[in-house]
Design a protein around this ligand. Structure first.
Ligand code: SF4
Length: 370
């Protein structure tokens, strides 16, 4: 019997205690009283038949603010509707202030084998400036709880480049993060997004200073054995995030929940991006789909190429040719010559990848290629 290709599943949990002023994600702050209604809606969303899951990612929002009952129900529903392959990566996002030993043990017992902790900084002044509800002491406590519960694959998120944050502040955050000895680090420069409170306050960041810090932080992580494998992601050997690799390699994924995006059989589709709309649609029509599109061949090729360029190993040209046809792949390859001459892109075997200098200006390279 012909087996369908495996799929990645993302489930969006939109609840947060409060909305951080830099955040532009689709969240429902202070509305946790609707968690049961939300779980019911999630369980009603249609899913493709017969697809096995190679990765599962429960993200948000703040999944760890769900009650234990809701978390159990969520996993029961996933296992009822999908076969999860042996050895699948199953990730759950947590924020430090809501981590408890009971919850961590429950996650372990439900098959979660990777956790992602929203640390952001180990400096209480920076956390306050970011509007985060937790403080450094809670982060350390949460991290040790996760280790005590048996998690051996932990990601920590780190933000840098706030106005007023010195180079020493950032390097001290980095030293603290490396001391925690997590298996994976996601590093983000603060970006002032349009839908955020910082944007409304007209806050500005210094992009040049962020660029310099980025280079230095990458070098220091490398020295400590936490190697960069994607523009914002670093891992100890073997701990690269398989769920995200699937996105960057153009693999298929299903998204469930408010604002979740999916990519299946060449079609991209997405759900309503506010809680009232999502719940009303699910209660009424039984689908929360808000839009869909199918990219034409050349557009799809460029998108796959740019996603692939985010990874240090770059884009596999052979795989691209196989997927899109020889002529299309070569057409794009030619357009990249100028970046190679400038030393921003380079060829490495069958791959084309950004150089260390190229990674610093990847957004500009992408904008020129589109
Ligand atoms: S940054 Fe994270 S914790 Fe803060 S509001 Fe956004 S999703 Fe919630």
């Amino acid at each position: 019997m012909l087996q369908c290709p495996e799929l990645s599943l993302y489930v969006h949990i939109p609840f947060c205690v409060s909305k951080c002023p830099y955040c532009s994600f689709a969240v429902a702050a202070g509305q946790l009283q609707r968690e049961a209604e939300y779980c019911t809606a999630l369980a009603r969303e249609a899913v493709p038949e017969g697809r096995r899951l190679r990765t599962v990612y429960i993200g948000g929002g703040t999944p760890s603010c769900l009650s234990e009952g809701a978390i159990e129900r969520l996993f029961q529903d996933i296992r009822r509707r999908f076969n999860i392959v042996d050895g699948a990566e199953v990730t759950f996002e947590l924020n430090p202030e809501s981590v408890t030993l009971n919850q961590a043990r429950l996650l372990k017992s439900l098959g979660v084998n990777r956790v992602s902790l929203g640390v952001q900084s180990l400096n209480d002044r920076t956390l306050e400036a970011l509007g985060r509800p937790h403080r450094c002491a809670e982060t350390r406590r949460a991290f040790h709880i996760l280790r005590a519960a048996g998690f051996v694959n932990i990601n920590v998120d780190l933000i840098y480049g706030l106005p007023g944050q010195s180079r020493d502040d950032v390097l001290s955050d980095l030293a603290g993060i490396l001391e925690l000895n997590s298996e994976h680090v996601s590093l983000y420069a603060l970006n002032i997004e349009e839908r955020s409170l910082f944007f409304a306050r007209r806050m500005e960041v210094d992009n040049d200073a962020q660029g310099e810090l980025y280079g230095e932080v990458c070098r220091r992580m490398e020295v400590q054995g936490v190697a960069q494998y994607e523009i914002s992601n670093f891992a100890r050997s073997g701990a690269e995030a398989r769920h995200n690799m699937n996105y960057w390699q153009g693999g298929e994924y299903l998204g469930l929940g408010m604002s979740a995006h999916s990519y299946i059989d060449g079609e991209r589709f997405w759900n309503a991006d506010t809680l009232p709309k999502y719940l009303a649609l699910m209660a009424g029509t039984g689908t929360a789909r808000a839009g869909a599109e199918r990219l034409a061949g050349q557009e799809s090729l460029v998108e796959h190429f740019l996603f692939g360029l985010r990874m240090n190993r770059g884009v596999d040209l052979g795989a691209l040719e196989q997927r899109f046809g020889r002529e299309m792949a070569f057409e794009k390859k030619e357009a990249l010559t100028s970046f190679m001459e400038l030393g921003l892109l380079e060829e490495s075997g069958e791959h084309i990848r950004a150089t260390a200098r190229g990674r610093l200006v990847l957004d500009e390279i992408s904008a020129r290629i589109v």
